[in-house]
Design a protein around this ligand. Structure first.
Ligand SMILES: C=CC1=C(C)c2cc3[nH]c(cc4nc(cc5[nH]c(cc1n2)c(C)c5CCC(=O)O)C(CCC(=O)O)=C4C)c(C)c3C=C
Ligand SMILES: [Fe+2]
Ligand SMILES: [Fe+2]
Length: 340
């Protein structure tokens, strides 16, 4: 006798289909470049205890009383300068990366994308994959360097979703790939080509990573070490002895001490000590976003030239280009091995 499930919701995955899903995840971004949208996004992002490690009783009054009343207007202005017809660059590029991976991995795998804060959310996208029959899902935070404020919070969010499920899919996570030879080679190939295409020869290449409170290093977060290792391996792979490389940390937030040296401080100091031609790359960002397109490419240029620098180039992230996509495909295939 065949057993037939009774009274089940229409979307109940009663028949196992054994499909494989991949969910690529990046940080999150507002839905529009205006102050109310930025406020909603920042409220969610900056209320994450993985991001702001201050007790909520102390932090929430500061966030609600000061930051969310001042920062959204300023940040919305910054977003307006980089917004595209496809929306926020971070969301648009992450969607392109998911689409490229879908083509590369083929029909045996369903690829989708999510934002840790804002939309499309991780729970909604995991539900979508599960309803499409995915019983095994690779969760892929696109952060090469592990950080509790980025990688761990993506896994936390997926964990919260799993906790609600009676029938859980099997979940794997993409490990950090800061020292993976495939990642380093992709960066060296892509940045090397961009450097060769410049109309000038930079004296210095800044490798700018997103900053973190310095305290997180003392607390055991491997982020700083991962960034330094990426920078060391990338310098060796680029093999340009005439190009001086300097590692810096950008996007300082709040009053606490952050990882140093700070990108803006170094840009100004380099110009003041006589560097006239500089290029800047952001190897820790898998997609161009506010922090690379506005903070580095627009404000960084101003900081350098106002201090006496003459030629400035902000290099693109790997985005959905061939070198980056081939690297992501290789990383995903490695994690999917045994499932495919
Ligand atoms: C790549 C890794 C990132 C780390 C590590 C990180 C830590 C971190 N960030 C903030 C505060 C802000 N970050 C903001 C934007 C932003 N941050 C990352 C990545 C990392 N952040 C990205 C990719 C982006 C761009 C988002 C986009 O929409 O393009 C912002 C918002 C913009 C602004 O108002 O300046 C804030 C705020 C903290 C506090 C932190 C670690 C504790
Ligand atoms: Fe950030
Ligand atoms: Fe910033």
């Amino acid at each position: 006798m065949t057993w037939t499930p009774q009274n089940l919701p229409a979307d109940h995955p009663s028949v196992a289909s054994g499909k494989i899903g991949v969910l690529v995840v990046n940080l999150g971004t507002p839905t529009a470049p205006d102050a109310p949208s930025v406020k909603r996004y920042l409220a969610e992002f900056l209320s994450d205890p993985r991001v702001i490690e201050i007790p909520a009783l102390v932090w929430q009054p500061i966030l609600r009383g000061i930051i969310l009343n001042t920062r959204p207007k300023k940040s919305a202005h910054a977003y307006q300068q980089v917004w595209t017809d496809e929306g926020s660059p971070l969301a648009a590029i992450t969607a392109q990366q998911a689409c490229g991976l879908q083509q590369r991995l083929g029909d045996g795998v369903m690829v989708d994308w999510a934002m840790r804060y804002g939309a499309p959310s991780i729970p909604d996208q995991l539900d979508k994959l599960m309803q499409a029959g995915c019983e095994r899902i690779l969760l892929a935070p696109l952060y090469p360097q592990y950080c509790a404020a980025t990688t761990a919070t993506v896994v936390d969010k997926a964990g919260d979703w799993l906790r609600e499920k009676r029938w859980q899919p099997s979940l794997r996570t993409l490990p950090p790939y800061h020292d993976d030879p495939t990642y380093i080679a992709a960066l060296a190939q892509d940045l090397g080509a961009q450097l060769d295409a410049l109309a000038f020869q930079p004296e210095v290449l800044l490798l700018s990573f997103h900053g973190m409170p310095a305290r997180t290093l003392e607390l055991g977060d491997p982020y700083h070490c991962h960034c330094m290792k990426t920078a060391r391996l990338l310098e060796a792979a680029l093999a340009r002895p005439a190009l001086r490389m300097v590692t810096t940390f950008q996007s300082r937030f709040g009053r606490a001490k952050w990882l140093e040296p700070a990108t803006d401080v170094v840009l100004e100091a380099e110009a003041k000590k006589g560097t006239r031609r500089i290029a800047i790359a952001a190897p820790g960002f898998s997609a161009d976003c506010l922090e690379t397109l506005e903070e580095l490419a627009i404000r960084g240029r101003e900081q350098f030239t106002e201090a006496g620098g003459e030629q400035f180039a902000a290099l693109s992230c790997l985005n959905a280009g061939d070198a980056g996509m081939a690297m992501l495909e290789a990383l995903m295939r490695r994690e999917l091995a045994g499932w495919l």
